[in-house]
Design a protein around this ligand. Structure first.
Ligand code: MN
Length: 281
């Protein structure tokens, strides 16, 4: 296994989106910070409802997928197809916007806390106009393994080979073949697993600090990794927790305008016309 090392550290940036939701943008704060096929990663964490209570009222998407992972609190959502749901702590919503979805996402606190993430994952040109779809995946359906040294690895998407275990998340395969893993490291513990050499890999640290192959990734910071086919994570006495997100690059042009992510300017203009005329979805 050739261990990947840190190619670039990107501190998360405090920003606002939706109807004034305060969040940290961990990837994609600028177009040159995308990591094909990962477009954007937002981290939510607050104990003040004023930071998020206005939520994300009805808005459209076209051309990519959103992956929402709730750690604390929950999220009410509904869409133009009549789907309604309440995404609970530990659960994931995997939403494929395809040709179009119009939905609302309203974060809610539990015991005063809200914490979670939303990833925007690109779709290839040939799938940007497929029908919209989503899955709410409860915590109980997402495998988590506690390793010998105390590390806990939860596999949301992809397959991970850990010690003697082969863990498969509820989402597997597809054009970008995503890997999405939540790694909790207790003080002094470590974990190593293969990641396909074909994939781009991002690590976002959101508790304590995590070391990749011995090099520290600070809290609230994304590490974009260099080439290799495996990763080795560890934590000092204070422990740490991070997301490891990887995907197979599409190598296609990306033209983004707000909630639409297409390949050409003309396709963006079409999406705006379709939305304005009620024909997005
Ligand atoms: Mn949305």
């Amino acid at each position: 296994m050739k261990p990947r090392t840190i190619a670039q550290l990107v501190p998360a940036i405090d920003t606002q989106d939706g109807a004034g939701v305060r969040l940290r943008r961990a990837l994609g704060a600028r177009p040159d910070q995308r990591l094909d096929p990962l477009l954007m990663l937002d981290a939510f964490s607050s104990d003040d409802p004023n930071d998020y209570i206005a939520g994300f009222p009805a808005h459209p998407h076209r051309g990519f997928e959103t992956v929402t992972y709730i750690l604390d609190g929950h999220m009410l959502h509904e869409d133009h197809l009549g789907n309604r749901g309440d995404l609970m702590a530990g659960g994931v919503q995997w939403m494929t916007a395809g040709r179009g979805i119009i939905h609302s996402e309203m974060p809610q606190q539990t015991a005063g806390r809200l914490r979670g993430f939303q990833l925007w994952l690109n779709l290839p040109a040939g799938e940007k106009m497929k029908p919209a779809n989503y899955r709410d995946i409860p915590d109980a359906e997402i495998p988590a393994v506690t390793l010998t040294g105390g590390a806990v690895v939860k596999v949301i998407a992809g397959r991970v080979h850990l010690e003697a275990h082969e863990i498969e998340g509820p989402i597997v395969g597809g054009s970008t073949d995503p890997l999405y893993v939540d790694v909790s490291l207790t003080g002094g513990s470590s974990v190593a697993f293969p990641v396909p050499a074909s994939h781009n890999v991002l690590i976002y640290v959101f508790e304590g600090a995590v070391k990749l192959n011995g090099s520290a990734i600070p809290n609230a910071t994304s590490a974009i990794l260099g080439a290799g086919d495996g990763i080795e994570l560890s934590a000092d006495a204070g422990g740490g927790r991070c997301l490891v997100i990887a995907g197979k690059p599409l190598n296609e042009p990306v033209v983004q305008h707000g909630p639409f992510v297409m390949n050409t300017r003309a396709e963006i203009e079409q999406a705006m016309r379709d939305y304005q005329s009620g024909h997005l979805a």
